[in-house]
Write a protein that binds this ligand. Structure first.
Ligand SMILES: O=C(O)C(=O)C[C@H](O)[C@H](O)COP(=O)(O)O
Length: 213
């Protein structure tokens, strides 16, 4: 799957809703109810970070949830790409990008949302064919001001800013011409997961799904 085809798929997924929840899930039993709560709240695209031992099983369980489009986050190696694809991930997200990671996504047919934080990184990815990129770490790298500054020299790139995005600053990003959606962990807070408060997750997702409207 060429980078251009990967980006077309990633762009479509990023346009489903203004927010892609970034999920850190320790317990596979939480996967289905969490995904159902987020989809019910209007956020179908879900990013499960490969940062917990349960992550691949969580992806497997979430892939069964109606209406959800599940991706794997924190992809760092070709082995991560293969494991994510085998688990049923529809897309992959990385904080950055390496040639090995890109080659693996081409080989295994996993649409990648690769990360960039500077003009040169974004241009390297554009040369490869990635017109849809993650802007990471969004707030620490320069926030909406930096990303907005990239829109005029690099109008062909659309971004999903992630990292430090909150309900408060999300609207600044969503107002930019080069932003399709934002990524954020706030819609699935640790406290709600710990208590299984899925109604709270749906409430947060509903509020997030209205951002930028
Ligand atoms: O794991 C990845 O692939 C990452 O790139 C990191 C995530 O984007 C951040 O963890 C977002 O988290 P918040 O800043 O809490 O919204």
């Amino acid at each position: 799957m060429t980078p251009a085809v990967q980006s077309a798929a990633a762009l479509q997924i990023c346009r489903l809703a203004p927010v892609v929840p970034v999920l850190i899930v320790e317990d596979v039993a939480q996967a289905a109810p969490l995904a159902q709560a987020l989809v019910a709240g209007g956020l179908p695209a879900l990013e499960v970070t490969l940062r917990t031992p349960a992550a691949l099983d969580v992806i497997r369980a979430m892939a069964e949830v109606d209406g959800g489009v599940v991706g794997a986050g924190t992809l760092l190696t070709p082995a991560d790409v293969k494991a994510a694809k085998d688990a049923g991930a529809h897309f992959g997200v990385s904080p950055g990008a390496t040639q090995r990671l890109i080659d693996a996504c081409i080989e295994y047919g996993l649409p990648l949302l690769p990360g960039a934080a500077t003009a040169s990184e974004a241009m390297f990815l554009l040369e490869q064919g990635y017109v849809m990129q993650k802007f990471f770490p969004a707030e620490a790298a320069g926030g909406a001001k930096l990303l907005g500054s990239l829109a005029s020299p690099l109008p062909q790139i659309t971004f999903c800013p992630t990292g430090g995005v909150t309900p408060q600053n999300a609207t600044d990003y969503l107002a930019l011409p080069n932003v399709a959606c934002v990524g954020g962990s706030w819609v699935a807070p640790k406290s709600a997961l710990a208590t299984g408060d899925w109604a709270e997750v749906t409430r947060l997702a509903q509020a997030a799904s209205r951002l930028g409207a």
